[in-house]
Design a protein around this ligand. Structure first.
Ligand code: FES
Ligand code: FES
Length: 155
């Protein structure tokens, strides 16, 4: 079947299979930043924005995206806030294998869009659904707080 949605800011018709999850549908649409990890909603590597809210796309039926807005990292590559987050994660040494990074970036982006002055705890809560097996969380939290410290007219 075909669904219509706003994908990364563009009206898009997406072919989906019966029972397919949004993760697989997005990868089928070449959104390869959306990583397949656990596929049970536990690791956050498949995080995307659905109507602006971060969700684990592996536990969202693709059909549920019909008529809605889905944003992946590919759709935010030109966004100044996302670019800052990417640069800061790299500068802080928060990217090792990088498998978790797209999901983390989406979660941090969603947080900073809603709150330009998060606390350490707020950032940790925002990342609580994103598992990282290499780097841990100290450096990503530092990176997010460093970006937040520069906000206020930049994004
Ligand atoms: S692959 Fe979706 S939460 Fe792990
Ligand atoms: S950097 Fe490897 S899982 Fe996070």
């Amino acid at each position: 079947m075909t669904i219509e949605l706003i994908l990364d800011g563009k009206r898009t018709a997406l072919e989906i299979l019966p029972g397919q999850n949004l993760l697989q549908a997005l990868r089928g649409a070449s959104r390869f930043s959306v990583k397949l990890g656990c596929e049970t909603g536990d690791c956050g590597s498949c995080t995307v924005l659905l109507d602006g809210e971060p969700v684990n796309s592996c536990v969202v039926a693709a059909a549920r995206a019909a008529g809605r807005s889905v944003t992946t990292l590919e759709g935010l590559l030109g966004d100044p806030l996302m670019q800052r987050l990417q640069r800061e994660l790299v500068d802080k040494g928060a990217v090792q294998c990088g498998y978790c990074s797209p999901g983390m970036l989406i979660s941090l982006y969603a947080l900073l869009k809603q709150d330009e002055a998060p606390t350490d705890r707020d950032v940790r809560e925002a990342l609580s659904g994103n598992l990282c097996r290499c780097t841990g969380y100290v450096k990503p939290v530092e990176a997010a707080l460093a970006v937040a410290a520069t906000l206020g007219g930049a994004s």
